[in-house]
Design a protein around this ligand. Structure first.
Ligand code: AMP
Length: 578
């Protein structure tokens, strides 16, 4: 084999290095971390720091720390690092050298060649500067490729038919959107647009401002004059942002933040995702305007796009996915970690240059969307069963997401939670896979917050729990086999579920038809499900519990348990039908 060529994503905020090994794309971790912050600094003794350690000292020693050097690439300028001036290429070279060393450590051999990615809008001078940075770091840059090209390669390197993809890349400090054409492993960027000063850092800043205002209003403290407290607030703000990508609320808590007039000041503040999304709405609008400009530049409309690829850590912000869905009418791809996608594409390109075979990048993803229903709108009309997706199709497994809902009437003491599998905006057109009742809610006005957590594991077991936010009252269910394909049609869903169950058993069991006991259970389940629409909520709940118990018992081949549940189901059916 030829000498290995590494793939490098040299980012404004973070950088990564990847390789193709035995056909698999691997992002190489350094001390367990695949992401290296693109920050360079000097320690107390003048020693060089790269990555996390440099980033950690930035707030305390900005004069001997350099970040976001990528913004200066190609400019005839110099930056000060501990009293000495350096060209942007030289600072970038320090980051590249570190990535080269990480790869060499992993491979246990010297690395001299790399493919490096740059934004599609980079000018010749900026590309040239990137080339030079590679050379200074001791790397022959065999090719510079565009970041959207790399991302598209991850999703489409091996496909032959033509596809038009939209690559939406929102990182820490930059935003780019590109329209690309992919055919037989060749990617062509049709158009690109973006904003060089927009990204997750702006989102952090909004939360920081919110915290600063809160301290000003509640305790009359101007915290901006306390640099250590500000450093903690900055970190807390970014953490809250991460939490809000998966949860509807984040608690920002910093004990002993500072001392004011001899008294310790603690910070404790809850931020809802709704409030946060309002803070960043204008930024998202800017990205969508850029998206339309990019489409126009490629002389295409939204309906010409076959796939949306999400790149950059900030695309984990849920409202971005929602806004894109509103425009395109389908879910963006996000099976591959958006932080690592570009580096992986660079490695794929490197392997292609090297004549190495590359397997499709396979990750475990959910093939379906899971969610619940709530009062909302459908096609502009008020509707009782609006589908509210919680875990989206094609997201990596395991996956855990929480959403918040509110009671609709004053004094509402119970909510019925229904879980669906499917993609239709009308929940009733999707497949109901479980339901339960949460009773004993507090006697409060409408708007009592109930959070719903869906936790889907790699084996398709879905744990669902609903919690009354203010009291902690909780009820949960487990839906086994949630990734089976449940069709929403006239055929008995029970028969299908049992069929699926067999579909998942080891092959030797597949051939044999269901045992007489299982066939009997199957018949009873079909009978029970036919009664769903006619019986009371409580009776239905009992039926669902028993059906689930039977499925579980069949799956675990626990015949006695199955028989016991079948006996109970027979009794209930007898009672309901008489
Ligand atoms: P990148 O430049 O692609 O490495 O993206 C870095 C940006 O992604 C930073 O602003 C991070 O704070 C942001 N980011 C990373 N993870 C998340 C997350 N789970 N939710 C929201 N933003 C995130």
């Amino acid at each position: 084999m030829n000498e290995i060529i590494i793939g490098i994503d040299l980012g404004t905020t973070n950088s990564e290095v990847a390789i193709v090994e035995n056909g698999h794309v691997i992002v190489i971790a350094d001390n367990g971390k695949k992401i290296l912050p693109s920050v360079v600094g000097l320690d107390d003794n003048g020693g060089i720091l790269v990555g996390e350690t440099a980033r950690n000292q930035y707030l305390v020693y900005p004069e001997r720390t350099v970040k976001s050097i990528k913004r200066l690439m190609g400019q005839d300028t110099q930056v000060d690092l501990g009293g000495q001036l350096y060209a942007p290429q030289e600072i970038s070279a320090i980051i590249l050298k570190r990535l080269k060393a990480i790869a060499e450590h992993y491979l246990n051999q010297t690395v001299t060649k790399a493919v490096i990615t740059v934004p599609a809008y980079f000018s010749d001078a900026q590309r040239q500067a990137t080339h030079e940075a590679g050379q200074i770091a001791g790397l022959e840059v065999v090719r510079i490729i565009n970041e959207p090209t790399a991302a598209a390669l991850v999703y489409g390197a091996e496909q032959t038919e033509q596809k038009r993809m939209l690559v939406y890349d929102l990182g820490g400090g930059t935003f780019d959107v590109s329209v690309v054409n992919v055919e037989s492993g060749v990617v062509e960027v049709l158009s690109s647009h973006g904003d060089n000063h927009l990204g997750g850092d702006d989102f952090d800043e909004q939360i920081i401002n919110h915290i600063v205002d809160h301290l000003q209003q509640s305790q009359q403290i101007d915290v901006r004059t306390h640099s250590k407290a500000m450093a903690r607030i900055t970190r807390a703000a970014e953490n809250a942002k991460f939490v809000l990508s998966d949860q509807p609320y984040a608690t920002i808590e910093e004990e002993y933040l500072l001392e004011h007039d001899g008294i310790a000041v603690h910070l404790s503040l809850e931020l809802s995702r709704t409030a946060y999304e309002e803070m960043i709405a204008d930024y998202i609008d800017v990205t969508l305007d850029a998206l339309h400009i990019a489409l126009k530049g490629a002389k295409l409309t939204a309906s010409d796009i076959d796939e949306i690829v999400l790149v950059g850590g900030s695309t984990r912000t849920p409202c971005i996915r929602e806004r894109l869905f509103d425009i395109f009418g389908f879910e963006p791809q996000s099976a591959v970690d958006p932080d690592l996608c570009v580096a992986m594409g660079a490695a794929i390109q490197a392997a292609m240059i090297n004549g190495q075979a590359v397997d499709a990048v396979l990750v475990d993803v959910t093939p379906y969307t899971y969610g619940t229903s709530a009062l909302g709108f459908l096609y502009g009309e008020p509707y009782q069963y609006q589908y509210c997706p919680i875990i989206h199709k094609n997201t990596p497994l395991p996956n855990r997401k929480t959403e918040a809902y509110m009671t609709a009437v004053d004094g509402q003491d119970a909510v019925e939670v229904t879980i669906y599998q499917g993609e239709d905006p009308d929940a009733l057109s999707n497949t109901k896979i479980g339901e339960f009742l949460v009773e004993g809610l507090r006697d409060v006005p409408a708007g009592n917050v109930i959070t719903l957590t869906l936790d889907l594991d790699i084996n398709g077991i879905l744990h669902v729990s609903a919690t009354e936010k203010d009291s902690g009252l909780q009820k949960s269910i487990t839906i086994k086999n949630a990734m089976a394909r449940f069709e929403h049609d006239d055929l008995s869903t029970a028969q299908q579920r049992v069929g699926q169950l067999f579909g998942q058993m080891p092959t030797q069991h597949k051939e044999s038809s269901a045992s007489p006991e299982v066939a009997e259970a199957q018949r009873l389940i079909a009978k029970a499900e036919a009664l769903f629409e006619k019986v009371s909520t409580e009776d239905k709940e009992d039926l669902v519990d028993l059906i689930e118990e039977i499925y579980g018992a069949i799956e675990e081949a626990a015949n006695d348990r199955m028989q016991a549940a079948v006996a109970k189901l027979t009794d209930i059916l007898y009672y309901l039908e008489s």
